[in-house]
Design a protein around this ligand. Structure first.
Ligand SMILES: *Cc1c(COP(=O)(O)O)cnc(C)c1O
Length: 414
């Protein structure tokens, strides 16, 4: 028999979550989660909370799409829901420029594969109807790349990640949407890393019929709460006509619990799955924080603080190859090339949670999700400089601190 004394209560320490995600869940979100009463998923306040979340989410995403709600789970759960309308044999063009859009493309290959194509290589199918355009790590997907591929293939579906977190690159969402409109493709977008960080409204991109994001990055919520999704009427009509091979993540069915039935808002949701009062409270509070701060302000803050971090690591001799405002992806100074994993592991062992890239080439990723203060950026910069010095670099930490001060003074002056 297993003796429970071999398993003392699990304690997980705090870290400085300075990676691509999960971000630092806001203390108010944690308090809302822990402060929720025990209630069933049909309790009037839970149902009311879900309906309020739906309305706040529409505002947060900048949309009048009725089919806007949260999918229980993580970012991949929302993406799976969004891709559920892609059926075996459907033609798809997917753009991949890093780890995450690569996994998105794999998901699409799994969904569009025929039974024979799936059985031939079930974990990595290569369906004839799916074209994956590989853009090198460190580069963005441009309007020209999208236009050329959609003109050539004329697919039913097109896919792009808005911000590719693996390589820290922003892809051209307007170019993508325009090409989708021009070639009558239905655009699907992974907005996991951009939502809540970039200032954009999804309704400004009419070529995109489906959007999916996550709880744990710009939204500041807990992982495993709700992944925001939004679908246009065209997506929903296509889905209704063809169906999807899922119950749990079926967009039309899942939306019912959020009070969306037959394309209309209804007063009260109906059972789809056992939602958690805790998760609903956390999601609700995260949305309230985001709406109060405002997307424009938040986007400006990310850009300002990312610039401070970027300048500091550049002064240390690192080369930054990313252009996202929530994440810096860098090469170490030439003398330390090849020691990225060692540096990242040393930092992580000390509770300073930075990350390597997950696919080649090996680079270092430092993120600032919900770390938008001079104190937080200074702590990140100091810890990173100390880690470089521990490898044998000679970074003048005082000079870097002065440079940071000057950056922050400039805002006070402005
Ligand atoms: C983080 C991320 C995902 C995966 O999200 P999970 O919450 O881990 O499921 C997918 N796509 C992009 C672009 C991401 O940054």
């Amino acid at each position: 028999m297993t003796n429970v004394s071999s398993f003392p209560q699990l304690v997980i320490p705090n870290t400085l979550a300075a990676g691509p995600g999960p971000g630092n869940t806001d203390a108010r979100v944690l308090a809302a989660y822990a402060g929720s009463g025990i209630a069933d998923h049909m309790h009037p306040d839970v149902l009311r909370g879900m309906i309020e979340c739906k309305h706040m989410l529409r505002s947060f995403m900048g949309t009048t799409n009725v089919y806007t709600f949260g999918v229980a789970g993580t970012g991949w759960s929302g993406l799976d829901c969004m891709m559920s309308a892609v059926m075996p044999g459907d033609t798809v063009v997917a753009f991949s420029n890093g780890t995450f859009s690569g996994i998105d493309a794999l998901t699409l290959r799994m969904k569009a594969a025929t039974r024979e194509e799936l059985a031939a290589n079930s974990l990595d199918p290569q369906p004839a109807s799916v074209t994956v355009i590989e853009v090198p790590h460190g580069q963005s997907v441009t309007a020209e790349i999208v236009e050329a591929a959609l003109a050539e293939h004329k697919p039913k579906w097109a896919f792009m990640a808005h911000w590719e977190t693996g390589s820290g690159r922003i892809n051209d969402i307007k170019g993508f949407s325009d090409a989708c409109v021009k070639h009558d493709a239905m655009g699907l977008v992974d907005a996991v890393s951009s939502l809540g960080v970039a200032n954009f409204a999804i309704d400004d991109y009419p070529g995109v019929v489906g959007w999916a994001s996550c709880p744990q990055k710009g939204l500041l919520c807990l992982p495993l709460t709700y992944a925001p999704v939004s679908f246009s009427d065209r997506y929903i009509e296509t889905l209704r006509a063809n169906g999807a091979y899922t119950y749990a993540n079926h967009p039309i069915m899942e939306a019912r619990h959020w009070g969306i039935i037959d394309g209309k808002d209804v007063e009260k949701g109906v059972y789809h799955r056992t939602h958690s009062a805790y998760a609903v409270c956390a999601f609700h509070e995260a949305l309230r924080i985001n709406l109060a701060d405002g997307l424009a302000q938040r986007a400006q803050d990310y850009a300002f603080h990312e610039q401070a971090l970027r300048d500091a690591v550049t002064t240390m001799g690192c080369e930054v190859t990313s252009n996202m405002t929530s994440l810096v992806v860098l090469n170490l100074p030439p003398d330390f090339a090849g020691r990225e994993m060692e540096l990242v592991q040393n930092c992580r062992a000390e509770g300073f949670g930075i990350w390597p890239t997950l696919s080649a080439p090996v680079q270092v990723r430092i993120g600032i999700l919900n770390l938008l203060s001079q104190a937080a950026i200074t702590e990140i910069v100091t810890k990173f400089a100390q880690a470089l010095n521990a490898l044998g670099a000679d970074v003048d930490i005082d000079a870097i601190a002065d440079q940071l001060d000057t950056h922050y003074q400039s805002r006070i002056a402005a």
